[in-house]
Design a protein. Structure first.
Length: 165
């Protein structure tokens, strides 16, 4: 059953955010008592790449709680969350072989949107066709040299044991 504002005479008092885990918190009065409704933002952040669409979805999904909250205030709060939470950090770390098709599609869509926002195209500043880097001065510290020597020793020992026909 969907909760409506008219049924319970709800009045929002304050709206705030928490960054870890990301959520929007709406404090409201209902029948003279003070309540807090917390909206987890993880799923919204993974589905939406821009603040405007996320705020619209929040207003649709939690209309009973945020109807009397101005869109500008919600937008400002969601922007604060976007600034603190890195877009790549919103991608859940999981074994994607064991998730449902819908969850996999959502994660892939998010990966695509992050990739497209970072890709350089011809004409963009910093774009270089067939970029090649030549490394001339290689320096290794003593620990790295010791590891490379050990790997070379192991390889030569293994090759020495092989019989060639």
């Amino acid at each position: 059953m969907k909760i409506t504002k008219r049924q319970h005479n709800m009045e929002p008092q304050r709206v705030g955010v928490r960054f870890t885990p990301p959520l929007v918190s709406v404090e409201f009065k209902c029948s003279g008592k003070l309540y807090i409704h917390e909206i987890a933002m993880d799923s919204y952040l993974s589905k939406h790449s821009d603040v405007g669409s996320l705020v619209r979805q929040l207003q649709l999904d939690h209309a009973a709680y945020v109807d009397d909250v101005s869109t500008a205030q919600l937008t400002r709060l969601v922007q604060k969350i976007f600034q603190k939470v890195k877009p790549l950090a919103t991608l859940p770390t999981a074994d994607y072989n064991n998730v449902s098709e819908n969850q996999l599609r959502l994660v892939k869509d998010k990966m695509d949107s992050v990739f497209l926002s970072n890709v350089l195209k011809p004409g963009d500043p910093g774009y270089a066709y067939d970029k090649q880097v030549h490394v001339t001065d290689l320096t290794f510290d003593s620990k790295c040299v010791a590891v490379l020597d050990r790997v070379q020793t192991i390889r030569s020992q293994r090759l020495g044991r092989l019989e060639v026909f």
